[in-house]
Design a protein around this ligand. Structure first.
Ligand SMILES: Cc1cc2nc3c(=O)[nH]c(=O)nc-3n(C[C@H](O)[C@H](O)[C@H](O)COP(=O)(O)O)c2cc1C
Length: 387
């Protein structure tokens, strides 16, 4: 077993082991990838204040997200096609999250189904919903999420239409991969991935195939997806879905103070400041840059979470110090999953926890709940003067 000391270690192994099509799917942003790049480079601009001679014994990163106890404020973000990065990937990731004591969010576009995750875990997980035109199908998914005991609905608002990622089009992304001379040549070098994939029956969209009308197999699914994402989603519909769900609601994909106010008004339990990991509106500002103005806009009315660009425990600490009440990782755990399956996700969480804990201590704090902006050195023009 290689010694893993950083998320980058996992990424290197992931790149070797995963089929190119799925590596590219994860490791891309839309169009020029400006937002994708700035999500991480903006975190690097923020520096930390070193403090000394502070008692560092008995530290704790434990806190709560939407009232649920978490071992650290890091949830696993919903990631489509996770079960293509590693066989039964969603089950592996959910189990690693449960063992670590952090929330797992299942994507609508997952390979393993809601029922699969419930069967292989013991604690409630969160379900991310994409709103589709087919109202019956949406109602059915909400009912299924309730039936399996999901403790929060994460409603994604920033993907009514799909941002373009060049590589996915060029690679002919599909689940399972279509066998062409190019994909066969690449898959032939990914024996570990292939062997595991041969042993599972879960190779297409588990929440959808067999549940949505006229979706029996993959060939009709890609066109179905394009046709089905609901471009008419608006705040009235969000309010109706909130009623329909009736439980804890997290609105994902908020990047603007005005939208954040709308989310608070609707009574969401939390919002996720997010630009979908730079996969939707290229040219949007990074989440960490937008966070302060959004927190100012909503005050204590709604819990503010953040994702996009987190690759280390230091990034988590910076977001928390800026006022977030929780964070999510997408790619950081996908690297672990693609590198080493469930163990890799555990390793990603362990690395991030160690970095968070050590950095918090070296900044003079013992308890994540007491960390504030005081520990940060933020460039004067960090939020920028945008007209
Ligand atoms: C490969 C991939 C697939 C994703 N699929 C979904 C999805 O199905 N639903 C969703 O709400 N967000 C999805 N996202 C966005 C993530 O939930 C999250 O916002 C993003 O990954 C955060 O950025 P990070 O990867 O830099 O941590 C996806 C992200 C990636 C990288």
């Amino acid at each position: 077993m290689p010694v893993i000391t950083s998320i980058d270690d996992l990424k290197r192994i992931y790149k070797r082991r995963a089929p190119k099509m799925f590596y590219d799917y994860a490791e891309s942003g839309s169009w020029t990838e400006q937002t994708f790049r700035e999500n991480t480079s903006d975190f690097d601009q923020i520096r930390l204040r070193q403090r000394v001679a502070v008692d560092m014994q008995d530290r704790s990163t434990a806190t709560q997200m939407i009232g649920e106890d978490v071992a650290m404020p890091v949830a696993l973000a919903p990631v489509g096609l996770t079960g293509m990065q590693s066989a039964d990937g969603e089950i592996k990731a959910a189990r690693a999250a449960e063992k670590f004591g952090v929330p797992f969010t299942l994507s609508t576009m997952s390979i393993c189904s809601l029922e699969d995750i419930a069967e292989h875990t013991t604690k409630p997980f969160w379900f991310q919903l994409y709103v589709m035109r087919d109202a019956d199908f949406v109602a059915d998914m909400i009912a299924r999420a309730k039936d399996v005991g999901c403790s929060a609905l994460v409603l994604t608002l920033d993907l009514q239409i799909l941002g373009q990622r060049h590589k996915d089009l060029k690679n002919g992304l599909s689940a399972p991969p279509k066998l062409t001379p190019k994909t066969i040549a690449n898959l032939a070098t990914k024996w570990r991935w292939g062997l595991e994939m041969l042993q599972t029956k879960r190779r297409t969209f588990g929440n959808i195939v067999g549940h949505a009308k006229s979706v029996e197999n993959m060939s009709s699914l890609s066109s179905w997806t394009e046709e089905q994402f609901d471009p008419r989603l608006d705040w009235d519909k969000v309010a109706r879905l909130k009623e329909q769900w009736g439980g804890k609601l997290i609105l994902k994909g908020i990047l603007d103070a005005e939208d954040a106010k709308m989310a608070a008004k609707i009574g969401a339990d939390a919002i996720i400041v997010s630009n979908h990991g730079g996969r939707q509106l290229d040219g949007a500002l990074s989440s960490i840059r937008m966070l302060p103005s959004i927190i100012d806009a909503v005050g204590p009315d709604v819990e503010v979470h953040l994702d996009s660009g987190i690759r280390s425990g230091q990034d988590v600490l910076k977001a928390m110090a800026m006022g977030a009440k929780g964070t999510y990782i997408g790619r950081a755990y996908i690297y672990g999953l693609g590198a080493m399956g469930e163990h890799g996700v555990s390793e990603a969480l362990r690395v991030i926890h160690t970095e968070l804990d050590t950095t918090m201590a070296l900044c003079g704090h013992k308890n994540i709940n007491q960390v504030d902006r005081d520990i940060l050195l933020v460039p004067k023009d960090f939020e920028g003067r945008w007209a």
